[in-house]
Design a protein. Structure first.
Length: 258
């Protein structure tokens, strides 16, 4: 069994259980995860979903045997296959219930997408992360929207392009994870977050998740034009003109004088 699914005290616990391949995922595991999340979403007795793993590694990304099969796929077959992982990411992202990840070991490639698409992520100091696709001539396509949103485009450019490993401390600093705790405190940290979530209104939590999605706008041409408009307006404003003049004249600005 590659995925263990249980419900404990209102929490759907999904456990990646392929330690022999460092919990690498393939199309079968992806399909199982989609089903598990969908079932937890509609289960009225579940208020939160926790993703975790067995063995020393959280998840090594794509399974090598799966990659070998993909190498022989046509473009159409690759497109259908890629939509599986894309669907999983979107299912996690749009889940109306809180999604948590317990990262007890390293996470690479697609596993970083699972983390970025989730609401609350706690990891151990020893965990390492990497977005490794470019090393094998690929791109982190379907996980990129979630990673860019989590770590920001500037950091994503670096880590997507170099494929370098980075530490749990760096993952915390750039926003990929929310908390880093010693291994013996990992379960306690997860329990603390679950207690806080259980005390809240399920309806309010769902509405709040929808709110965040609504106000977290993508960088599109509308945003580009809006930022240009804003700086143009500011440049011709009274304070804008005064500030530039004062800078050029090497004096203190007299705000509000005009």
């Amino acid at each position: 069994m590659s995925l263990l699914s249980t419900i404990e005290d209102g929490v759907a616990i999904l456990t990646l259980d392929r330690p022999e391949v460092r919990n690498a995922f393939d199309d079968a595991l992806i399909a199982a995860l989609i089903r598990a999340y969908e079932q937890a979403i509609i289960d009225p007795d579940v208020y939160a979903i926790l993703l975790q793993a067995t063995g020393p590694t959280f998840c090594a990304g794509a399974d090598l045997n799966w990659m070998r099969r993909m190498a022989a796929y046509s473009r159409q077959e690759n497109l259908a296959d890629a939509m599986g992982l894309a669907t999983l990411m979107r299912t996690i992202d749009l889940c109306p219930k809180p999604t948590l990840v317990r990262v007890h070991g390293s996470a690479f490639a697609g596993a970083t997408g699972l983390i970025a698409a989730s609401d609350i992520v706690v990891c151990v100091p020893e965990a390492e992360f990497a977005v490794t696709e470019v090393r094998i001539g690929l791109i982190p396509a379907v996980i990129s929207p979630y990673l860019v949103r989590a770590m920001g485009a500037r950091q994503a450019r670096r880590y997507f392009l170099t494929a370098e490993r980075f530490s749990a401390a760096t993952a915390l600093e750039i926003g990929l994870v929310h908390e880093v705790v010693p291994a013996d405190e990992l379960d306690g940290a997860i329990a603390r977050h679950l207690k806080a979530l259980k005390a809240a209104s399920p309806m309010a939590i769902a509405a709040t998740k929808a709110l965040v999605a609504a106000v977290d706008r993508p960088l599109d041409q509308t945003v580009v034009q809006d930022t240009a408009r804003r700086i143009a307006d500011q440049r011709v404003s009274a304070d804008g003109r005064e500030g530039v003049s004062a800078f050029l004249e090497k004096r203190k600005p007299n705000w509000g004088a005009a």
